[in-house]
Write a new protein. Structure first.
Length: 157
């Protein structure tokens, strides 16, 4: 599919990204301000490896911030119980406050490094049997092999 690459921002053939709620919201905001371009976002063959690294980094950061959020929630809930404040209202209030705080924190931090999923994997894209899909998959494999060879040569030196 032809579109604008999410990584290098050039118009190329590639695997389309998933139009999830974040992308839809961004598009709606851009339409409201009159700056929407209406382009299809894809990941081009040359950027496939970089995309995978960025997506993995995004998923790792979400996991880390979820753990931090759980720690914050426990820090708000456990002390009143440990120090003998068995007032159900206070405990409930702390639970609600921590849930709101965690949700806002994760949403804001998640948007900073957001990298959407692609609509299909490379294997699925190649498996469609289309010449374009196979050609793009072949380019991706060749690019990955070239990069691997270059990095192995650098390590040998």
């Amino acid at each position: 599919m032809k579109g604008v690459c999410l990584i290098c921002e050039k118009r190329r053939e590639g695997i389309p990204i998933n139009e999830g709620p974040v992308i839809k919201t961004i598009r709606a905001v851009k339409r409201a301000f009159g700056i929407a371009k209406g382009t299809t976002l894809v990941i081009c063959p040359e950027c496939w490896e970089e995309y995978n690294k960025r997506r993995a980094g995004f998923e790792k950061s979400i996991l880390i911030w979820t753990i931090i959020g759980i720690i914050i929630a426990l820090a708000l809930i456990v002390p009143p119980i440990l120090f003998g404040d068995w007032n159900v209202f206070n405990i409930f209030r702390n639970i609600v406050m921590s849930i709101i705080l965690i949700a806002v924190l994760l949403a804001l931090i998640g948007l900073v490094r957001y990298i959407p999923k692609t609509t299909m994997t490379l294997e699925e894209y190649e498996g469609k049997g289309k010449a374009k899909g196979k050609a793009v998959g072949k380019k991706i494999r060749e690019t990955t092999k070239r990069k691997a060879k270059k990095s192995s040569r650098k390590k040998k030196r």
